[in-house]
Design a protein around this ligand. Structure first.
Ligand code: NAD
Length: 428
């Protein structure tokens, strides 16, 4: 599929994974970049990759070692920015792709950052709280040589939250001998976190979803929605859509799938997940045995909000939704994109749909620098404005150039990055 030239020596054809998806997306946008296309090679290579060993002492006195990563994909428009993922399947290819999607996303919504991402290959559910803290602190210390408020600013992603961000902020601050609130975003409010940050990604998905629904002549009131992933992104998006009158008819998480034709009670489902760790066993719903059935649910809007490469050539044909809102990063493969396009399904890409998180992370970073904090209303209003503008700008380009929303978003993002790269010139 890829030429030898395209695969970096540290990946193989076998493990090219999500990075391969990203490369294909770049190939698809390149013909639309005009003279800037000559610089596109820079987007196909991460600027910097750090792989670290993260050893910890377990509660039983033995040692365990985990593999950690921080990838800075591009810094033409500003410092690196992107989340940290703790998951048993984290790989270099995945972190590279997630870092690259951050570059495109930050440029597409015009926040002044490059793109970065990090992760540890670990199932955090297997660690005690003390082990989790020691692992987070050692990882932060190991990547401390390349992160910083003006260098690269991590944030939460899958299986990381404000407690992890607090430990990261504290570790970096201790090592540097300062209180560096701006080194991470998604922090607790008491440490310089921003109001509205926790719900920002889900809120952005909701705002973009409402805009997309208008374009498709759909009313949110009564619309049927299926959500994959009921964590930070999926649960907030589900709640906001439900509050606006939508029916959330199916939810799938890592452990199982629940459905209810008349609409799930999202507050009750949230309480069940908080108490038990998954949607499985939620009493006010039908339990679905076959996970594949989720994709064939008769809904109007489908929100993948879990992991990448979930919608593929093997299930895209089953999908009955008219709109897909990519809450997750990279949930749809290029082959599935083509199938969905042929079926007339509107795919609203990750780099726009889930940009609410990094947008409010940007607000948090600005507030930390000025030590002046905004109200939640101000934050939500500014977030809504940025998300609507970004969606509509991308919509317009997709109409003008007759391309998918993904390619349109990549046109906006890649153009901004490559213009900055061109103006800065090649050092030395
Ligand atoms: P999270 O850890 O809070 O939740 C992840 C959810 O996905 C959980 O409900 C989990 O059960 C579910 N899940 C995991 N594996 C699954 C599987 N194989 N099948 C079905 N469900 C599965 O993570 P999150 O922060 O909500 O992130 C979800 C997605 O959104 C990721 O792709 C992430 O990169 C993206 N994202 C997150 C943010 C953010 O601010 N947190 C911002 C932008 C994008």
């Amino acid at each position: 599929m890829f030429t030898h030239h395209q695969i970096p020596s540290y990946l193989t054809q076998h493990d090219i994974g999500p990075w391969g998806v990203y490369l294909e997306q770049i190939d698809r946008v390149t013909p639309y970049l005009g003279p800037l296309a000559r610089l596109v090679e820079t987007l196909k290579r991460p600027k910097r990759i750090l792989v670290v060993d993260v050893p910890i002492e377990k509660d039983d006195g033995t040692y365990a070692h985990f593999e950690g990563y921080r990838v800075q994909h591009n810094s033409s428009r500003g410092p690196g920015k992107g989340g940290v993922r703790f998951h048993q399947n984290v790989s270099l290819s995945e972190v590279m792709a997630l870092a690259a999607w951050m570059t495109i996303k930050n440029a597409a919504v015009n926040v002044p950052y490059g793109g970065a991402k990090g992760g540890i290959r670990v199932d955090p559910k297997m660690l005690s709280k003390g082990e989790l803290e020691r692992m987070t602190r050692r990882y932060t210390s190991e990547i401390g040589i390349i992160i910083g408020p003006a260098k690269d600013i991590p944030a939460p992603d899958v299986n990381t939250n404000e407690q992890i961000m607090a430990w990261m902020m504290d570790t970096y601050s201790m090592n540097e001998g300062i209180t560096a609130s701006g080194v991470v975003t998604g922090k607790p409010i008491s440490l310089g976190g921003s109001l509205g940050r926790q719900a920002a990604t889900g809120r952005g998905v909701f705002v973009v979803g409402c805009e997309a629904a208008v374009k498709m002549g759909m009313k949110i009131d009564g619309v049927r929605i299926a959500v994959q992933g009921f964590g930070n992104v999926g649960s907030v998006a589900a709640r906001l859509f439900a509050e606006a009158g939508a029916k959330i008819i199916a939810v799938q998480d890592h452990a199982g799938t629940v459905m209810r034709e008349s609409g799930l009670d999202i507050a009750a489902l949230q309480a069940h997940v908080t108490a038990t760790g998954s949607v499985v066993g939620f009493a006010e719903a039908d339990q679905v045995k076959d996970p594949a059935q989720f994709w064939a649910v008769d809904c109007d809007i489908l929100i993948p909000a879990a992991l990448e490469q979930q919608i593929t050539a093997s299930n895209a044909n089953l999908i009955r939704a008219k709109i897909i809102l990519e809450g997750a990063n990279g949930p749809t493969t290029p082959a599935a994109d083509d199938i969905l396009h042929d079926k007339g399904v509107l795919v609203v890409p990750d780099v726009i749909t889930n940009a609410g998180g990094v947008t409010v992370s940007y607000f948090e970073w600005v507030q930390d620098f000025s030590s002046y904090f905004w109200t939640e209303d101000e934050i939500n209003q500014r977030l809504t404005h940025i998300m609507r503008e970004a969606f509509n700008a991308v919509w317009q380009i997709s109409e003008e150039k007759k391309v998918s929303l993904r390619t349109a978003a990549f046109i906006v993002g890649c153009t901004r990055v490559l213009q900055a790269h061109e103006m800065r010139g090649l050092y030395p």
